[in-house]
Design a protein around this ligand. Structure first.
Ligand SMILES: Cc1cc2nc3c(=O)[nH]c(=O)nc-3n(C[C@H](O)[C@H](O)[C@H](O)COP(=O)(O)O)c2cc1C
Length: 324
C-alpha cells in the first residue's frame, strides 16, 4: 500500500476559478498545492483588463497562485512573462492544452502541439527568464495522440518545473475517456516531473492514480473540485467519504460566502443570476436532485436564496438520516 500522499493542483477553469473563487476556496477548504489562473492572453495586441485584475497581487494575497499564459509565439511569451514578473510572480504555466477551436486554430493552446518548431521557439524564449520557473500544461496532441511523444525529447531539454498532461487529444475537447495508457507511455519518456490531469472526481480516484504511478508529482483537478470543493481536503484527511452533515454545513457556508461575493461584484441582479447559473453547471451535482432542479429554475435573487436554503436543509437532513 502507498502511504505517502500526492499533491493536488487546482486546474484553471476560465469563467469559474477567478481570484475571488480561488481565495475563498483556499480560505475555507485548502489542501491545494497550487491554484492556476485561467489563461492570460494577448488580444488585439493588448492584455485583457479582466486578466490584469485576476493576477493582481492584491487579489491573490496568501494564495499559492501560478499565473497561466496562452502564448502563440516567443514574442507573446516574453510580453506575458514580463507581465507576470511585474506582478511579482516567480512561476508561470504555459498553456498548450486549450482545445477551443478559436484558440487552437490560431496556433495557441493545443494548436501548438503538432508544431515542434513553434513549441521549441516558445521554450527557447523561457531561457531569457531565469527569475521565472515555467511549467507546461498540455494534451496528447491536437488530432494525433503521438504529438506528445514527439515533443517529449524537446521538453526534456528544458529545466521546466513540471509538465501537466491531460491525456486526451484536442479534437476530443472534454468528450471520451482520458487515456491512462497514453499517459503511462508519455511518463516513460518524460524526464521532467509529471502531473496527471483529467476526470478525477473522488478520493478513490486520486489514490488509484497515486498507486498506479507512484512517481507522479501530483494530480491536477478542475471540474471535480467544483463538484466537490472539499475533495482535496478530504483526501489530505484520509477521508474517503465526501459528504457528511458537517461537510454539508461547510458547503453551505462556502456557497453563501460565494453568493455574497458574487452579489457584491455583479452589475445588477440579472448578471448575478447568470453567474450563479453558470456556477451550478458544475457545482455540487450530488446535492438533492429535486431541490437542485428548483434552484436552477430561480429567476431572481430572493427566490434563488430561498431555494438554496431549502436545498442545503434537505441535504443536511438526508445526510443525518444516512448517519443513523
Ligand atoms: C469551463 C472550462 C474552462 C477551462 N479553462 C481553462 C484555462 O483557462 N486554462 C487551461 O489550461 N485549461 C482550462 N480548462 C481545462 C481544465 O483546466 C482541465 O484541464 C480540464 O477540465 C480537465 O480536467 P478536469 O477533468 O479535472 O476538469 C478549462 C476547462 C473547462 C471545462
Amino acid at each position: 500500500m502507498t502511504t505517502s500522499v500526492t499533491s493536488i493542483h487546482f486546474a484553471p477553469l476560465q469563467g469559474y476559478t477567478d481570484a475571488m473563487f480561488r481565495s475563498l476556496h483556499n480560505e475555507l477548504w485548502g489542501g491545494i498545492a497550487a491554484y492556476y489562473t485561467p489563461f492570460v492572453r494577448i488580444e488585439k495586441g493588448a492584455f485583457r483588463r479582466k486578466d490584469l485584475a485576476d493576477i493582481a497581487p492584491a487579489a491573490n494575497v496568501g494564495v499559492p497562485v501560478v499565473p497561466q499564459m496562452l502564448p502563440r509565439d516567443a514574442d507573446e511569451l516574453c510580453r506575458l512573462a514580463d507581465l507576470f514578473i511585474d506582478n511579482r510572480y516567480t512561476r508561470a504555466d504555459i498553456n498548450m492544452a486549450c482545445p477551443f477551436p478559436p484558440v487552437a486554430l490560431h496556433g495557441r493552446g493545443a494548436g501548438l502541439l503538432p508544431h515542434p518548431d513553434a513549441v521549441e521557439r516558445i521554450l527557447e524564449a523561457t531561457r531569457r527568464y531565469p527569475e521565472l520557473s515555467f511549467s507546461v500544461k498540455m494534451r496528447l496532441g491536437w488530432d494525433d495522440a503521438d504529438d506528445c511523444m514527439r515533443l517529449a525529447p524537446l521538453l526534456n531539454d528544458y529545466s521546466l518545473h513540471h509538465v501537466t498532461l491531460h491525456p486526451r487529444i484536442g479534437k476530443m475537447q472534454y468528450k471520451g475517456t482520458p487515456s491512462i495508457e497514453a499517459f503511462e507511455a508519455f511518463g516513460e519518456v518524460c524526464r521532467l516531473p509529471l502531473i496527471y490531469n483529467g476526470d478525477i472526481v473522488s478520493v478513490g480516484g486520486i489514490t488509484r492514480l497515486h498507486e498506479l504511478f507512484p512517481w507522479l508529482s501530483g494530480v491536477m483537478i478542475g471540474r471535480g473540485l467544483l463538484a466537490a470543493p472539499q475533495l482535496a481536503a478530504a483526501y489530505a484527511a484520509g477521508d474517503t467519504r465526501l459528504f457528511s452533515p458537517s461537510v454539508v454545513s461547510r458547503l453551505q457556508h462556502f456557497h453563501n460566502a460565494l453568493y455574497d461575493r458574487l452579489q457584491a461584484t455583479s452589475q445588477g441582479e440579472s448578471q448575478l443570476m447568470l453567474r450563479l447559473h453558470a456556477l451550478w453547471q458544475y457545482f455540487l451535482p450530488d446535492a438533492p436532485r429535486r431541490e437542485r432542479k428548483s434552484l436552477l429554475k430561480a429567476r431572481d435573487a430572493a427566490s434563488y436564496r430561498r431555494a438554496a436554503a431549502i436545498l442545503f436543509d434537505s441535504w443536511h437532513e438526508a445526510c443525518n438520516s444516512d448517519e443513523d
